[in-house]
Design a protein around this ligand. Structure first.
Ligand SMILES: [Zn+2]
Length: 307
């Protein structure tokens, strides 16, 4: 088994009306939890690394741990750069051995986003690496980037963008948002926009960012054991299941992993205050990550038993 690009994964996901989970990794326990979950459910997964994670763990550590995960489990994995902010970070990821990169030029003026994305696509394709780009603006916080409002993706512009840049997949804004505080009122996704894009770009893989469910049980566990996470509200599972049966082939759910890991660790500290063995609490975090990933594969993504 090997590190693969997302090309074949997305083709099968599109035809099979399911999506691939993209899970953010920062350390060994998170990688093991995600990959063990994928193996247990016989599902492909995408491991993704933000520029914050690159700084935190270092590209060499992350790549070596991902190689170890493949050798240990035999699961096919794609290693993806999440929200690559500039050409330099994209280059670093490709030199490290990533099979997929996102270049996020969504905060640039449209023509500048087209030009910069095209440059990244040419560089990546020449090295056998696929590229994800983004159009529209998601509300919420991603690393250091923050936005207060949604700017929904314009379907006609999506066609123009994909045609001119040659990008392999496109993240769109239809109402999901980054972070744990997604909706003040009722959750609402613009399926009409997704449908129109699917009509205009048949068989083209679409990506949803900021699609965590913000599991109320994980939030409650964090808060019960000394946390203070208020008013969190995520994307309902049935909406994500519907999106993954349409053109959405990749769903990002980082917040749910963060909450699961933290809840697992907090519970150990709360239940056994004398404990100070890192294997005991990080191990509980790893178990919580695996349970979350298995639940996503079975109930949100629909990718169980597709390996
Ligand atoms: Zn994102």
């Amino acid at each position: 088994m090997a590190l693969v690009t997302t090309k074949e994964m997305f083709k099968k996901a599109y035809e099979g009306h399911y999506a691939i989970g993209a899970f953010n990794i920062n350390n060994m326990e998170i990688i093991q939890g995600v990959v063990n979950g994928a193996k247990a459910k016989k599902s492909p997964v995408i491991l993704q690394v933000s520029s914050g994670a690159l700084k935190y763990a270092g590209p060499k550590y992350l790549k070596a741990m991902v190689d170890a995960a493949i050798a240990d489990t035999g699961v096919d994995l794609a290693l993806h750069l999440d929200h690559g902010p500039d050409f330099e970070t994209v280059k670093l990821a490709i030199e490290t051995g990533f099979t997929s990169v996102m270049f996020d030029g969504s905060h640039y003026e449209y023509e500048e986003n087209v030009a910069k994305t095209k440059e990244v696509v040419e560089y990546a394709h020449a090295r056998g690496v696929v590229v994800e780009a983004e159009l529209g603006v998601l509300a919420g916080v991603e690393d250091d980037v923050k936005s207060d409002v949604h700017v929904y993706t314009d379907p006609a512009q999506a066609v123009d963008f994909v045609t001119r840049t040659g990008v392999d997949s496109l993240a769109i804004a239809i109402g999901t948002s980054h972070g744990a505080f997604k909706f003040a009122g009722e959750a609402k996704l613009r399926f009409d926009i997704l449908e129109e894009i699917q009509e205009k770009l048949p068989n083209y893989p679409i990506v949803l960012h900021g699609a965590s469910a913000v599991d109320p049980v994980a939030v409650a566990t964090c808060n019960k054991y000394g946390g203070d996470i208020a008013g969190a509200k995520g994307i309902p599972t049935d909406m994500l299941r519907k999106a993954s049966s349409m053109a959405v082939c990749k769903i990002n759910m980082d917040t749910d992993l963060r909450l699961a890991f933290t809840a697992g660790i907090r519970k150990v500290f709360g239940d056994t205050p004398k404990e100070f063995d890192p294997r005991k609490y990080c191990g509980a975090g790893r178990v919580a990550i695996q349970a979350t990933v298995e639940d996503k594969i079975a109930n949100v993504l629909g990718s169980e038993n597709t390996l």
